[in-house]
Design a protein around this ligand. Structure first.
Ligand SMILES: NC(=O)C1=CN([C@@H]2O[C@H](COP(=O)(O)OP(=O)(O)OC[C@H]3O[C@@H](n4cnc5c(N)ncnc54)[C@H](OP(=O)(O)O)[C@@H]3O)[C@@H](O)[C@H]2O)C=CC1
Ligand SMILES: CC1=C(/C=C/C(C)=C/C=C/C(C)=C/C=O)C(C)(C)CCC1
Length: 298
């Protein structure tokens, strides 16, 4: 068991890049993977914006990060991705306040919530996980271009394999399954990353999607079955700090620019040595599978 545990949670960001003078935005940074990502970026000297829907929770985390890293430039700003007004207000405030944006981590997410809609009438998973981040990225894109080289990391999931883009039922009005709705939104994250990379070619802004691994966090809050699974297998599940490593790898590692648009995850083939990889580069055959799958689905 310890050996499996080690294999399932290995893979660390080995970059030693430091970030003084760099500006970073992390969405959903008040807990889980986002919090640990923000902490590490603050540790490396960046000015880090915690974009949270609950500002009070965010302030507590900002204090904690300031204390542990000694970096006082950890700021909290309100961002509710389920409301385009809030997204526009966040972007407006940020653009007025900051001259640069070097790293945008689109990390926030919801999973398996009961059927509900965002303030603008989008199904909650696609609305928050994809459309909210899509609008946020669009609003911050000029700033990212002006600050190039800059990066956008979209936190997707292994769950994208079960995703489908049902154009005739995008808002889940005809049929809805909470688990599949999450999968669809995570597929959208990957397709968005691929197309964004294509459109941003030559701009100095690059983008990556990641699967962080299976991570102990509040993501399972809406499903008692998943909470039970996470509890049962807790020994094998990554800590949020381990879960942040793939996002950090994509945000920090030098020389990744040529891989813009690719999907990154640790190579989780049970009982095989685990390592970071960009499947296209290292295991060509593995790359073909998700690539074909993604294209077959649309
Ligand atoms: N944990 C896992 O095993 C896996 C996670 N992922 C992905 O990793 C990312 C981070 O998840 P994780 O840390 O595990 O989950 P958590 O539930 O711990 O964190 C999710 C974060 O997103 C925020 N959030 C949710 N809805 C909104 C919203 N409407 N507006 C703004 N922020 C919002 C939450 O804020 P609040 O605290 O206020 O609710 C929280 O800060 C997600 O995109 C998830 O899909 C992917 C694969 C596996
Ligand atoms: C089989 C198996 C596991 C399965 C994990 C799965 C299936 C996780 C899926 C996570 C997703 C999709 C999260 C959010 O995006 C564990 C618990 C690691 C324990 C070892 C055996």
């Amino acid at each position: 068991a310890p050996q499996i545990r080690k294999m399932l949670s290995s893979g660390v960001c080995t970059s030693t890049v430091q970030l003084p003078g760099k500006v970073v935005v992390v969405t959903g940074a008040n807990t889980g993977i986002g919090k640990e990502t923000a902490k590490e970026l603050a540790q490396r000297g960046a000015r880090v914006y915690l974009a949270c829907r609950d500002v009070e929770k965010g302030e507590l985390v900002a204090k904690e990060i300031q204390t542990t890293t000694g970096n006082q430039q950890v700021l909290v700003r309100k961002l509710d991705l389920s409301d385009t007004k809030s997204i526009r207000a966040f972007a407006k405030g940020f653009l007025a306040e900051e001259k640069h944006l070097h790293i945008l981590i689109n990390n926030a997410g919801v999973m398996m919530c009961p059927y509900s809609k965002t303030a603008d009438g989008f199904e909650m998973h696609i609305g928050v996980n994809h459309l909210g981040h899509f609008l946020l990225t669009h609003l911050l894109l000029e700033k990212l271009k002006e600050s190039a080289p800059s990066r956008i990391v979209n936190v997707s999931s292994l769950a994208h394999h079960l995703g489908r883009i049902h154009f005739h039922n995008l808002q889940g009005e005809k049929f809805y399954n909470a688990g599949l709705a999450y999968c669809h939104s995570k597929l959208a994250n990957i397709l968005f990353t691929q197309e964004l990379a294509r459109r941003l070619k030559g701009s100095g802004v690059t983008t990556y999607s990641v699967h962080p691994g299976t991570v102990q966090s509040e993501l399972v809050r809406h499903s008692s079955f998943m909470r039970w699974m996470w509890w049962l297998f807790s020994f094998f599940i990554k800590t949020p700090q381990q879960g942040a490593q793939t996002s950090l790898h994509c945000a920090l590692t030098e020389g990744l620019e040529i891989l813009s648009g690719n999907h990154f995850r640790y190579a989780c083939y049970l009982f095989l040595k685990m390592r970071f990889y960009c499947s296209k580069e290292i295991f060509g055959f593995v790359w073909v599978y998700p690539f074909l799958k993604v294209h077959r689905l649309i």
